[in-house]
Design a protein around this ligand. Structure first.
Ligand SMILES: [Zn+2]
Length: 267
């Protein structure tokens, strides 16, 4: 599932490519034909990302709302894009670029009030709030008795974290995923937020999730790490922890798998 950094990158990319001029919109699949027809030819004013939610605001105040969900994908091309496949829910194009949206959980036009409701229900977004979001995050964490590993996926606690970041951030902070959220002390919650901000900003910049400190695997830069070196625990069950050698464990939590190091993340 795309995590917050991917959605922010898409908002930025589509803002750069499409904002400020009329955009052609259509639905090759047909399922969004009416909605696409309403925005076809309108000028896109701006794009915005809130956690995993994407918004496109057009010149007549029409708002396109997209949530990629688990399998959704946006593919963006320059001026010579291939033809869209028949599964393309929405196609956006101008002279410079084309984007195809496939398999989203949501793709619809919303009124401003609905957008406010969607955004209002979210916890702080580390990529929007930065360090200023710490107190709100801590307060929302304190109100939940469920395991912190589950709480981090709850978009009302923090907006934008997905399955990779939740496992990696808990490892980086040495917190066992089953620790009840309301027992994470103030200092740990502050550090957890700080790490979340730092990691998502790195992801936003590079477009990929690399949490491993390159020095720990004998490299100088994050960009030098191979695919197998980029993460500490995610999908590494049975493999030795990069820091202590203990085999990484895997459990189901909140309906999704999570990985952790029993030594570095004691209960
Ligand atoms: Zn370890």
């Amino acid at each position: 599932m795309p995590e917050g950094h991917t959605i922010h990158r898409l908002a930025r990319l589509h803002g750069e490519r499409f904002a400020g001029s009329p955009v052609r919109a259509w639905s090759p699949q047909g399922r969004f034909a009416a909605g696409a027809g309403e925005i076809d030819g309108r000028v896109l004013l701006e794009t915005a990302a809130h956690g995993k939610h994407l918004f496109y605001r057009f010149d007549d105040e029409r708002l396109l709302y997209v949530h990629l969900g688990l399998i959704g994908k946006f593919r963006t091309f320059g001026p010579d894009a291939p033809d869209p496949t028949h599964t393309t829910r929405l196609a956006l194009a101008n002279d410079r670029a084309t984007a195809y949206l496939i398999g989203p959980m949501s793709c619809r036009l919303v009124v401003a009030g609905e957008a406010d409701e969607i955004v209002g229900a979210l916890g702080p977004d580390p990529l929007r709030r930065g360090r200023r979001g710490a107190a709100e995050f801590a307060a929302r964490l304190r109100r939940r008795r469920l395991p912190v590993g589950v709480a981090l996926l709850d978009q009302r606690v923090v907006a934008g974290i997905g399955n990779v970041y939740r496992a990696e951030i808990l490892f980086l902070e040495g917190i066992h995923p089953e620790t009840p959220a309301n027992t994470v002390d103030e200092e740990s919650a502050a550090r957890l937020w700080e790490t979340t901000v730092v990691q998502l900003r790195l992801g936003l910049r590079s477009g990929r999730i690399v949490t491993v400190d390159p020095r720990e695997v004998g490299a100088h830069r994050r960009s030098q790490l191979t695919k197998d070196e980029r993460l500490y625990v995610y999908h590494r069950d049975g493999l030795p922890c990069r820091r202590c050698g203990t085999p990484i464990r895997r459990t189901e939590m909140g309906g999704r798998a999570i990985w952790w190091c029993p030594t570095d993340q004691p209960r």
